[in-house]
Design a binder for this molecule. Structure first.
Ligand SMILES: O=C(O)Cc1cc(O)ccc1O
Ligand SMILES: [Fe+2]
Length: 431
């Protein structure tokens, strides 16, 4: 690779165009009789050909070998990365929380270290999402992964990820996120050693920026802050192992060379990264705690308007200035189901038991809200302007109940005492 591959092009869903070797992109057409430098043109589409134009996502790659060149596939064991929700599970109708997932995955890479905590929907029906955690200590070396079941929204919690994709490279640190399109080959290197993070595997409509309504034409996540890679290809010869997730099952195939052989590409289907520091957070400057939808970074719509397959919501550092207001989240129970994680710091509704690397799950109509400590403090504190700083929590919010996996309910560090955080709330009524 002649140029630094860690350069980026900005924008969300742009018509990007990039070439690692000048002159490798055909001009004025997509598949000339012979492409420049005798590269093979190959199309990857992330939407149906007849999807509405504004939803269309596809890219053209110009590569040294088309990706059909691979050996035969054999089953591959990754039993803890499950797909969808297991309808046979007796889903507890109460709040669930997990302590931080232990950092004991030094022997695993990003694919083998992935565990599904909870899932819903059905990859074949193109609905629902999985909520996963990874703990990994090995870089993928000459192993590449393709996920035919969904796109991956990656939320690193500890350790940077250097993600090599067919379309180029992304370096993603905690506080940033990556969005990896369905079907695009990638591998992950771990420059900081053992790393942990969260992943939303989205089987449904692709994540996109939310409508802004009365907010106007600027704000929340701005399109230009999403960064796509520039074309870059691997030179070193030698065999590769391809791992593929396809219909919930895992497969492996040998390949005689690297799948990261794309010399140039153009199109609007691309991996991107986004730094949550660039999120323009909006809040109440009068009174009351607003609905958390104001914190939506990306949304995957379902076929019911406003009722998302999944919203990706962050709770970033921000000022709280509301007058005569209980400032943390209210007690509530919602139609939508909420899977939450914490990248760093403290979450204002749960200063005690919700830790970075942990997770919580409040499914449809499961009541939840501030723990006793948060309630006591927020209902008596002097309401000066207050900066909630050094904190980043997030939520995968879905219209479908998240069903925890057998791993989540047995091996994972389930917090059996979670309900105790509300048990001490007093009846303060004095008629
Ligand atoms: O339950 C939670 O902590 C997430 C959440 C935050 C908020 O500010 C309002 C509603 C909500 O579900
Ligand atoms: Fe909630």
């Amino acid at each position: 690779m002649a140029q630094d591959p860690l350069r980026y092009q900005s924008g969300f869903g742009n018509e990007y165009a990039t070439e690692a070797v000048p002159g490798s992109l055909p001009r004025g057409r997509n598949s000339p009789q012979r492409a420049p430098h005798d590269l093979y043109p190959e199309l990857i589409s992330g939407t149906a050909f007849t999807a509405p134009r504004h939803e269309q996502r596809r890219s053209w790659m110009y590569r040294r070998q088309p990706s059909v060149v691979a050996g035969r596939y054999q089953p591959y064991a990754q039993p803890l990365w499950t797909t969808g929700g297991d309808a046979g599970t007796a889903l507890p109708p109460e709040p669930l929380r997990w302590h931080p997932v232990p950092l004991d995955g030094a022997e695993f890479d990003f694919v083998d270290g992935m565990r599904t905590l909870a899932g819903n929907g059905d990859a074949d029906a193109q609905t629902g999402v999985g909520s996963l955690v990874y703990v990994a200590g090995q870089s993928m070396g000459r192993r590449a992964f393709v996920n035919a079941d969904g796109e991956l929204l990656v939320v690193p919690q500890q350790g940077r990820l250097v993600i090599t994709t067919e379309l180029g490279m992304l370096e993603v640190a905690p506080g940033e996120i990556a969005l990896l399109p369905r079907g695009l080959a990638f591998k992950v290197a771990l420059p900081d050693g053992v790393s942990r993070g969260y992943v939303c595997e989205n089987y449904g409509a692709q994540f996109r920026l939310p409508e802004l309504g009365p907010i106007g034409s600027n704000g929340l996540a701005n399109a230009r802050d999403f960064l796509a890679p520039v074309a870059a290809y691997e030179d070193a010869a030698g065999p590769y192992e391809l791992i593929k997730k396809f219909g919930g099952r895992f497969w492996r195939a040998p390949a005689k060379g690297t799948p990261f052989n794309v010399v140039a590409w153009h199109g609007n289907l691309a991996p991107v990264k986004y730094d949550t520091k660039n999120f323009m957070t909006i809040g109440s400057i009068s009174f009351d705690h607003p609905d958390p939808s104001i914190f939506t970074v990306l949304t995957s719509p379902s076929d019911t308007p406003g009722t998302a397959n999944c919203d990706f919501v962050i709770f970033p550092p921000r000022w709280l200035v509301m007058e005569d207001t209980f400032r943390p989240p209210w007690y509530h129970r919602n139609l939508m189901s909420e899977f939450m994680g914490l990248v760093y710091g403290e979450y204002d509704a749960k200063p005690g038991g919700f830790k970075p690397g942990g997770a919580s799950l409040h499914n449809a109509m499961v009541p939840h809200g501030p723990d006793e400590e948060a309630f006591e403090k927020a209902s008596s504190v002097d309401l000066k302007p207050q900066k909630l700083d050094n904190t980043l929590a997030f939520m995968f919010e879905s219209r479908y109940r998240f069903i925890p996996t057998a791993w989540a309910l047995s091996t994972a560090p389930l917090d059996h005492d979670y309900a105790d955080c509300w048990a001490g709330l007093k009846d303060n009524f004095r008629p």
